[in-house]
Write a protein that binds this ligand. Structure first.
Ligand code: HEM
Length: 411
């Protein structure tokens, strides 16, 4: 974990700005203070005011509570987004993750089969092969940014092949997605919203047109056929679905693989234990998800009525974010939460969310990360960071814990 400062009620300023660099670098100290002193606390996310929840049970309850909805219009009668955005952005943002039942179930049912552990077994060989190919290239350089050279191309390749992006479009696709997902904070957020999302939307529409004319064995073709068979998905819904799958499919896993490398290298005793007992790998991945996972908050939930919790009233229409990263360090649930223990049991972390929006791609993320780590650790017995962990830079993106780059020596 990145070093944190001591926070007390006298040096903390509310509302807590979760978009600030200070929060990004000291999030675990903020989480502790929030859990102990202000379990329902006012916060700010860019221009949006919200309430932050930080205790494990409060987060779980909120994610299962029908008094909180994802569709902002249901709670407020206003627009879907909390601030004005171009139509293309609204369309891209209307996917299952911001829908409530029954609209959510309808969309999720259309794709869930592609992501079951059984459906994924056929991907194992492909991922094995891909990871070895990437390691062959990386080893020739010796010193690499493990995120760029290894953690990123694995999920990008896998999700784009699953969805059905053509080889010839891969470069365009990667550039378009890269721009989108690095521009989520500060001023670049506006460029992302007003320009890059438009071009990504156009790219996905072209891809849909191509698949209509050239059906193949992939998720996009299956979605188009479902649409044509039973009036299941409109063109706009199709675009949103593809956008969500692509973004969720890799933007998360790249950081789980990267965070895994950092966390294991920061804990040499646990890394040695894992090397000695490779059967602990699955459990180690769950502990990395808990201790230093990539996703620290969910999409916003909106209160459909006044809700009072720990003496604080969250007014009807207000936005709420459960801080999964804070919940995952809650001592009420996890014994010695600040200890990184790759054999921890039980480990009911919230890194993949909870309730109806529980991560659809969790089996895929686990599979990719397991193969990626196994092959990296086997082939690099002397894997090392080239900078001290406290000098690693974080990306300033609310709701995430992601490193800018992680330079390592492979041999
Ligand atoms: C380490 C990797 C991953 C992490 C940490 C992660 C985390 C999460 C979390 C926390 C949620 C709940 C968000 C919320 O409630 O607002 C979620 C939902 C979702 N994830 Fe993942 N995810 C990962 C990988 C993937 C992959 C590989 C896919 C594949 C497409 C995927 C697809 C989705 C989708 C579609 C949802 C929305 C589900 C729904 O609304 O019913 N995720 N993920």
């Amino acid at each position: 974990m990145i070093a944190t400062k001591e926070l007390t009620s006298s040096n903390i300023k509310t509302p807590i700005n979760i978009s600030s660099k200070d929060f990004t670098y000291n999030k675990y100290a903020y989480y502790k203070w929030l859990r102990e002193e202000a379990p329902v606390c006012k916060g700010k996310f860019a221009v949006v005011n919200l309430y932050l929840l930080s205790r494990y049970h409060d987060c779980v309850n909120m994610l299962k509570d029908s008094r909180f909805v994802r569709n902002r219009t249901t709670a407020t009668g206003g627009s879907r987004m909390p601030f004005p955005v171009p139509k293309s952005v609204t369309l891209l943002s209307q996917s299952m993750i911001v829908e409530d039942e029954p609209a959510h179930r309808r969309l999720r049912n259309l794709v869930h089969k592609a992501f079951t552990p059984r459906a994924l077994t056929q991907l194992e060989d492909r991922i094995e092969h891909l990871t070895h190919e990437l390691l062959d290239q990386a080893e020739q350089q010796g010193k690499v940014d493990i995120k760029e050279a290894y953690a990123l191309p694995i999920p990008v390749t896998v999700i784009s092949e699953m969805v059905g992006v053509r080889d010839t479009d891969m470069e365009k696709f990667r550039t378009s997605m890269r721009v989108l997902t690095t521009g989520l904070s500060g001023w670049s957020l506006f460029r992302t919203l007003f320009w890059d999302m438009r071009s990504s939307s156009a790219f996905i529409r072209e891809l849909i047109a191509y698949k209509r004319a050239n059906p193949q064995d992939d998720i996009l073709t299956a979605l188009i056929q479902a649409e044509e068979e039973g009036d299941k998905l409109s063109e706009d819904e199709l675009v949103s679905m593809v956008f969500l799958l692509i973004i969720a499919g890799y933007e998360t896993t790249v950081h789980l693989i990267t965070n895994s490398v950092v966390t294991l290298l920061q804990h040499p005793d646990q890394l040695a234990r894992l090397r000695e007992r490779p059967e602990l790998l699955d459990s180690a991945i769950e502990e990395i998800m808990r201790y230093n996972g990539p996703v620290h908050g969910t999409k916003l939930g909106y209160a459909v009525e006044d809700v009072t919790l720990h003496g604080v009233t969250i007014p009807k229409g207000a936005a709420v974010m459960p801080l999964l990263g804070a919940a995952n360090h809650d001592p009420a649930v996890f014994e010695n939460p600040e200890v990184f223990d790759i054999a921890r049991t039980p480990n009911r972390h919230l890194g993949f969310g909870q309730g109806i929006h529980y991560c659809l791609g969790a089996p895929l993320a686990r599979l990719e990360t397991r193969i990626a780590l196994k092959n990296l650790l086997e082939r690099s017995p002397n894997l090392q960071l080239t900078v001290a962990p406290e000098h690693l830079q974080l990306q300033n993106i609310p709701g995430w814990h992601r490193y800018e780059r992680v330079s390592v020596m492979l041999r």
